[in-house]
Write a protein that binds this ligand. Structure first.
Ligand code: SGN
Ligand code: CA
Length: 741
């Protein structure tokens, strides 16, 4: 620890050129070094929810002022290329705690439950002698682990008179405004902590999360002026994946009359606003709070209603009105966060802690402030990919440092550990930012050239599809598995990301290069989508079929269950007559869904498809779409099959599994997809254990002598004909008999 600090005094930053300034810097750094050597630095981590960098002065905001946040930047550094790994609340927090991408920390989407038994930085900080505390929004479902003190909001929490979960599990309601309460509780903890130990305090605000309810003292901000609209408010969504149009997060179509727009009573204009959801914050307020609220909102609301009734507003004007209501409330919430930051900084000054405390401000992801016509986040576009990252570290960072280094939230844990002088566990995927901070934000030659991003929460609120990608300093490549599309953006030429250039000939080599970087980074971070549970619930056909399967499984009556993709589902198509004849009176159930890959089966089997089933035998065949959709590496697909087998072992320990080799496909034995399936089969045949799992490859039933497939058996060289189903049933029968069916 002290060693590094002594070093800092000697390693002078590049930007310090003149001898005199070198001397000043030397004395300045050395003075801090001496102090820091006695006592490892404290860390004050202030974290808000959904605060976009474009609403922070230090990031060049054109729409608001944040003097206290800017103070951190002025006395420290602004990181301009700071990104999240997964642009959504719980996942971002889990990435921070574990230093790992979502697929490894297990928290892929909001609603998952964080496994608090895994390695997290707070536990390691405790071991290193730090006092650890977290106050405010947590949103990880399980209780915090690794904290000496915690007091958290349940779920999303509330703005007005919020409840907090206490360490004994009880809930306590505080009267007042959430942001102020979290600041006060943080100050209280700072005052009563053990002053002999270094600390890390995570002060985590709910604000400025939806429904953007401001405190009374900021009601009048922007009252008499309009906030400028973003240039892309009227984005047409052309020139990019068609999936953009399907999402439900536009100011135009997805705003609630009560909840978002703060009107009372019935939705007055259903063509323009969604109904149903009222303003839940209003109903929590005291009468006094309600009076103050109404005094602010009602005159504006009534004026709007009158104009609408008089037919005076065009669609465009209604959109503008919505934007103003939205952005003003959002910014008013931020103002209270900024106030709280000011109070905490003031406390550090007063308590003589400022010099030896690293202060960081960040937020779980960015947010759309009307850009692309949206609110919310999730997409890999800049506005929501970015996270603010302001850091002050006296004695290490020079004032007004600006960094363009690519950093990510998986780096926070390793950074905190490094600051504490604790070892960073091998398993953490992020990198310590400490060397970067010592180098005034200048990345070394070995710093990362690209970040990896993945979003998994599809079939959920706002309807954003699963996608992942990489971003370098200039380019961004996205992949949408649902449509198997690439989108490529040249951020230098098209900073607003209005046109994907993936198909433009002059970007061909850039596309190829980035695709390689994407594959390599996925390997580097151990991303194998074949094992990551994935729903296709955003596809109506899949959703309907899945519901049918859940209903079938709920009845629980089956001796024999087929699990798989379209080839299995086809027992209800071309295979129907054969099924009737062979399995009709044997209590057999079909759990096949066309288009599924291993990851979808993993999802289904853990989300209702097994219901109350306890079949004697399961016939499992899956993987040909992992091949057909993107020729997935056989090792990866085999891991997906293995994961399914372990789910079956856990949930159906008494069931025998016939693991079918994936059927051959394509015209000849050298067809690329056929070869991929062969390679998968070579790997998965090893999963047979001679007891519960039996491997069965019936390829011979479909192949001619010369290895070709006749279209009489597989009309499209992939799916079976009726004759094909007959052959499958015949080939399977001896094994079923052997297993007592
Ligand atoms: C709530 C919000 C959504 C928001 C998610 C996730 N709806 O569901 O708009 O996307 O949280 O936000 S609300 O009606 O409850 O306000 S996150 O920051 O927690 O991930
Ligand atoms: Ca959030």
């Amino acid at each position: 620890m002290s060693e590094r600090f002594r070093m800092t005094g000697l390693l002078l930053p590049q930007s310090v050129r003149s001898l005199s300034s070198m001397l000043v810097a030397f004395i300045w750094f050395s003075a801090f070094s001496l102090q820091a050597a006695d006592h490892p630095p404290n860390i004050l981590f202030i974290f808000s929810d959904d605060h976009a960098p474009q609403a922070i002065g230090a990031y060049g905001s054109k729409i608001n002022q944040t003097p206290n946040l800017d103070r951190i930047a002025k006395e420290g550094a602004v990181f301009h290329n700071s990104f999240c790994a997964n642009s959504i609340c719980g996942p971002s927090r889990a990435c921070i705690l574990t230093g790992k991408h979502s697929h490894l920390n297990g928290f892929l989407r909001n609603g998952n439950r964080f496994d608090g038994s895994q390695t997290t930085f707070p536990k390691l900080m405790q071991n290193a002698g730090y006092q650890t505390a977290i106050i405010g929004k947590w949103h990880l479902s399980s209780n915090p682990t690794g904290f000496d003190h915690w007091e958290i909001l349940p779920g999303q929490g509330n703005y007005y008179n919020p409840d907090f979960i206490q360490m004994d599990g009880k809930r306590k309601r505080y009267e007042g405004y959430c942001t102020d309460i979290i600041t006060d509780l943080s100050l209280q903890w700072l005052q009563q902590r053990d002053p002999d130990k270094p600390f890390i305090l995570m002060c985590q605000h709910k604000a400025p999360h939806r429904n953007w309810s401001p405190p009374e003292r900021h009601f009048s901000l922007y009252k008499d002026s309009d906030v400028p609209e973003p240039e892309t408010l009227l984005d047409s969504y052309e020139g990019r994946s068609a999936l953009l149009k399907q999402n439900e997060m536009s100011l135009k179509d997805h705003f609630y009359w009560g909840h978002d727009m703060k009107f009372h009573g019935e939705n007055g204009f259903p063509d323009y606003f969604l109904g149903r959801l009222g303003n839940r914050e209003y109903s929590r307020m005291t009468e006094e709070q309600q009076r103050a609220w109404d005094a602010q909102y009602e005159p504006e609301n009534q004026a709007f209603i009158e104009k609408m009734q008089a037919g005076e507003l065009t669609d465009r004007q209604v959109l503008s009105w919505k934007y103003q209501r939205y952005i003003k409330d959002y910014l008013r919430c931020i103002q209270a966060v900024d106030d709280g930051v000011g109070q905490l900084l003031h406390y550090l000054d007063e308590a003589d802690l400022a010099d030896n405390t690293v202060v960081i401000y960040s937020s779980d992801q960015g947010f759309y402030l009307g850009e692309h016509g949206w609110y919310d986040k999730r997409w890999m576009f800049e506005e929501s990919l970015r996270m603010p990252f302001l850091v002050r570290w006296p004695g290490v960072l020079q004032p007004e440092t600006q960094s363009k280094a690519l950093i990510q939230n998986i780096d926070y844990g390793p950074t905190f550990l490094d600051i504490a002088g604790a070892e960073i566990p091998e398993e953490m995927q992020g990198r310590s930012l400490v060397p970067l901070l010592h180098d005034q934000g200048q990345p070394s030659a070995t710093w990362r050239d690209a970040i990896y991003y993945a979003y998994y929460e599809n079939a959920a609120v706002h309807n954003v599809p699963v996608h992942d990608g990489v971003r370098t300093d200039r380019y961004k490549l996205m992949f949408f598995p649902r449509t198997r599309e690439w989108n490529l953006f040249d951020l230098e030429r098209d900073p607003q990301e209005l046109k994907s250039v993936h198909a433009e000939p002059n970007y061909a080599s850039i596309l190829t290069g980035l695709q390689k970087r994407y594959r390599d980074l996925r390997r580097f971070y151990d991303v194998n989508t074949a094992v990551i549970p994935a729903t296709r619930g955003d596809e109506p056909k899949w959703k309907a079929r899945n519901q049918i399967l859940n209903a079938r499984a709920k009845k629980g009556e089956a001796e024999l269950a087929f699990i798989g993709d379209s080839i299995t589902q086809g027992w209800e198509g071309r295979g129907k007559a054969v099924w009737q004849q062979v399995y009709g009176d044997r209590q057999a159930i079909n759990l096949g869904i066309g288009g599924d890959r291993t990851e979808h089966v993993i999802w289904r089997l853990t989300h209702g498809n097994l219901g109350k089933l306890k079949p004697k035998v399961v016939v499992l065949m899956i993987g040909t779409n992992n091949t057909g959709h993107f020729m997935q590496d056989p090792v990866e697909v085999a891991a997906g099959v293995q994961e399914i087998l372990s789910i079956l072992a856990e949930r159906l320990p008494d069931t025998q599994v016939i693991l079918q080799g994936i059927f051959p496909r394509g015209e000849t034995s050298l067809d690329e997809a056929r070869l991929n399936n062969v390679a998968i089969n070579q790997l998965i045949r090893r999963y047979a254990d001679g007891e519960r799992v039996h491997f069965l490859d019936v390829s011979d039933a479909f192949l001619s002598q010369d290895g070709t497939i006749s279209r009489d058996i597989m009309p499209d060289l992939l799916h079976l004909s009726t004759e094909g189903y007959q052959r499958w049933a015949d080939a399977l029968e001896p094994k079923l008999a052997e297993l007592g069916l």
